[in-house]
Design a protein around this ligand. Structure first.
Ligand SMILES: Cc1cc2nc3c(=O)[nH]c(=O)nc-3n(C[C@H](O)[C@H](O)[C@H](O)COP(=O)(O)OP(=O)(O)OC[C@H]3O[C@@H](n4cnc5c(N)ncnc54)[C@H](O)[C@@H]3O)c2cc1C
Length: 490
């Protein structure tokens, strides 16, 4: 006889929201717990670019595509290093996720599906985003959640951190939790199963640096504060296995926040646009030795990101002159709101603490802590390349102007981590595995807590974080609600 199953979902980001909504829509009673005062997790800052193949939106634009071709692209871009079973489980259903959002009236950006040049590009346009980026996804999921909360099918516990998992005879039967303001002390909640949808660990440098190569320990934190790896730590206490693949690729173009050491300036406020598809580079990029290290007009995000990792302190300086500020049609700094105009950028060059300025190149070098002779030699050689129309050092072909008109400027940028590469090991039921490879009974995981390597290998692959989070969240919620209606699984 069927019974009403109960589920605890820890984390109300894209993965936890999708798990909660599908489980509740399939009859489960769900407690959704989030330590923040609001739902949405990383959707508040993310571009929210998602990918899926064979969609109605693609067909309407004459784009011929299917999940097999999407998967072939994922394998190509990830250098074959994904977890093939889990990546296919997601990719094979991602087109359905896109159509599901479409059916629900998702506010697609009119440019979608598009090719996105912030990561290595897919072979066909299959990336989508909303008019308000991640927030468009959040708005839609909150709309779906509201009637489930109103009917009592879902209870949302905000400002409530789960502090541990409760087990009985090796089975996870519930959680311990505590309100952020300390009121009510520690409480316990029981359910048939618990889902960890707690996201990544990138805002917890001590934990993050256990997974990063040692020379990358100073990479900036480019995500929101909640990503402290709680789910990973809680599961590890129960003997859960955690991957340690050793892959890391940074995000490039984030600016160190002078007010928050170790953190990047909020991505929603400002980042440096590095892709020549969106902005012609009028500058050179130099390392702490004052030397160029890659062609600034490369169309390969992977090449520039990997090359930055090889530079001292994974740090670079974007060096340009006053003539570039005046001549460049698109400013170096931008954000998703599009409010970095040429005028605003010119003003920032005069006043912003993110930008170092000096009347001469030598003084600029001194202010940055670079050997002045080295920077001058680099700029002199670059100017010769501009004059010759050819760059013998790196093969740059976009050579718009000499760098010679003071004042001279530099924006410091440090490699950044925005999402976790390693995570909990799970099987194809998304059951968390112990070190011996056996499922920990009653415990499941979905979203970034699995580590992005599962879906993107050693690279970034368009939409392959938020789309698996949503797609497998929906899949897991439906399955658990259905399976648990017959009683807790083994
Ligand atoms: C700047 C930026 C841009 C990005 N752009 C893209 C993109 O375009 N495409 C893409 O695919 N990916 C992108 N990502 C990554 C993507 O947004 C995330 O991987 C994805 O949203 C993670 O979803 P999640 O539900 O697994 O975790 P999260 O969204 O991080 O949610 C986890 C939730 O769990 C809660 N939580 C954690 N611990 C506890 C606890 N102990 N108790 C209770 N609650 C807890 C947190 O408060 C949070 O709400 C981007 C990330 C960043 C930072």
């Amino acid at each position: 006889m069927s019974r009403q199953p109960s589920l605890i979902v820890i984390g109300g980001g894209s993965s936890g929201l999708c798990t909660t909504i599908s489980a509740a829509q399939h009859g489960a009673r769900v407690h959704l717990i989030d330590k923040q005062a609001h739902l949405g997790g990383m959707l508040h800052i993310a571009n929210g670019e998602f990918s899926g193949a064979g969609t109605r939106r693609q067909r309407a634009r004459g784009i011929d595509d299917d999940p097999e071709r999407h998967f072939a692209d994922v394998l190509r871009l990830s250098h074959g290093k994904v977890n093939r079973d889990l990546a296919w489980l997601s990719v094979s259903q991602q087109g359905q996720t896109v159509d599901w959002l479409d059916d629900l009236g998702f506010e697609f950006h009119p440019a979608t599906p598009g090719l996105v040049h912030g990561h290595e590009v897919y072979s066909v346009p299959r990336t989508y985003w909303g008019v308000d980026y991640g927030l468009s996804v959040l708005r839609l999921l909150e709309r779906l959640l509201a009637p489930l909360v109103a009917s009592g099918q879902v209870t949302v516990h905000l400002s409530t951190a789960v502090t541990g998992l409760i087990t009985v005879d090796g089975r996870v039967t519930g959680v311990r939790m505590r309100r952020a303001d300390g009121s009510g002390g520690e409480r316990q909640l029981a359910a048939d199963a618990v889902v960890l949808a707690t996201g990544g660990y990138d805002a917890n440098p001590d934990l993050r640096n256990q997974f990063l190569p040692p020379h990358c320990a100073s990479v900036l934190i480019g995500c929101l504060d909640h990503a402290t790896g709680d789910g990973l730590l809680m599961a590890r206490e129960l003997g859960a296995a955690v991957s340690r693949d050793g892959y890391f690729i940074p995000v490039m173009g984030l600016i160190p926040d002078p007010d928050r050491p170790g953190f990047a300036v909020d991505y929603r406020e400002a980042f440096l646009e590095m892709a020549p598809a969106y902005r012609t580079p009028y500058e050179i990029w130099v390392n702490k030795r004052g030397e160029r290290f890659v062609r600034e007009d490369t169309t390969s995000p992977e090449l520039r990101e990997r090359t930055l990792l090889e530079q001292p302190d994974v740090t670079m300086y974007v060096v340009f002159d006053e003539a570039a500020v005046q001549a460049a049609p698109v400013p170096l700094i931008r954000n998703g709101r599009g409010d970095w105009t040429k005028q605003r950028f010119a003003e920032a060059c005069r006043t912003s603490p993110w930008i170092t300025r000096a009347p001469t190149l030598e003084e600029l070098a001194r202010a940055l802590g670079i050997d002045p002779a080295s920077l001058v030699a680099t700029v002199t050689r670059y100017n010769a390349a501009v004059d010759a129309g050819s760059d013998p050092d790196f093969g740059r072909t976009v050579l718009p102007a000499r760098i010679e008109t003071g004042p001279f400027y530099a924006v410091t940028s440090v490699a950044a981590s925005i999402l976790s590469r390693d995570g909990l090991r799970v099987n194809t039921d998304l059951a968390v595995l112990d070190e011996a490879g056996n499922p920990i009974s009653g415990l499941y995981a979905v979203g970034e807590v699995l580590g992005n390597n599962v879906f993107a290998g050693d690279n970034y692959v368009g939409g392959m974080s938020v789309t698996p989070a949503m797609t497998l969240g929906r899949w897991l919620g439906t399955r658990l609600a259905t399976q648990l209606s017959a009683g807790p699984t083994a």
